[in-house]
Write a protein that binds this ligand. Sequence first.
Ligand code: ADP
Ligand code: MG
Length: 304
Amino acid sequence: MHRETEIIRRYFDRQRNNGGVIIGIGDDAAAVKLPAGVELISAIDTIVEGVHFPRGFPANDIGYRVLAVNLSDFAAMGAQPAWALLSLSMPSLDELWLESFCDSFFELADAHAVVLIGGDLVSGPLAATVTLLGSVPEDAAITRDGAQPGEIVYVTGSPGAAALGLQSVMKHSECPQMERYFRRPVPRITEGRALRGIASSMIDLSDGLLTDARHIAEESAVQITLDAAALNDTVSGELLPALCGGDDYELLFTVPTGKEQALAALATNWDCAVSRVGRVGTGEGVTLPGYDLENLSGYDHFSV
Ligand code: ADP
Ligand code: MG
């Protein structure tokens, strides 16, 4: 058998085609069936060696991460993931590496009932891309542009933890207990979905809380005023580095005051903390009274 076909069958075609899959891995394209009354949601994210993870980063963590970052985008829309496509570029065909990559990829996929329906395998610099497909009920997606003056800003988890974890990875385990926040960010899928009808706007933290809050402020045409005391109680490590550190994959969202009680009731069942960290007002941009944020920003691939 063709080597590539054999590799694809052995490593990637390992889930049973259910969950609306009509044509899965092995043909020229896949076919899936969406239930009635929903919208198709799609997201794509690429991770590249030397950019998103350091050289020598374990295959296991790469396999987890490439799916987790896409799941996090779905969480931020309040969407339900269902199907994935995976494009993998590798310098050589190392089966031990592939096995380790696939173990964590499929563990996370199965945990969220995501079926891999296709992909691509090429030789080249180490990089992985996932396209994730799924759905939300009609008009239920939570976007970045719905924040209104008077609302409250909330965040899940403890932003800044992943940046401390990455620092530890780069400096060879200076702070190993933080590394899991970088290696295995937990996509907040359940929380994101539960926030439909409660959050007026939402984003996941990939480029740092400050940059991501600015995205909501800009898209919603509002001003966000962050609260330093609340943030100090919430973030990991020092405040300003925590606001600029990326890769947390927590959710930042806004809630009308009338829905705060409903949020509190929901959040008692969640695995993560939820903290009130700011307010929405009229104006533009993001401010943090007592601090000058003007020259601060998060990660930007093409900053000049
Ligand atoms: P083609 O040359 O027609 O594009 P490929 O040989 O690239 O076909 O792929 C054959 C089948 O295997 C397709 O269904 C494709 O989606 C699937 N496939 C290829 N690579 C992967 C992968 N990394 N993960 C999952 N499915 C894959
Ligand atoms: Mg083809």
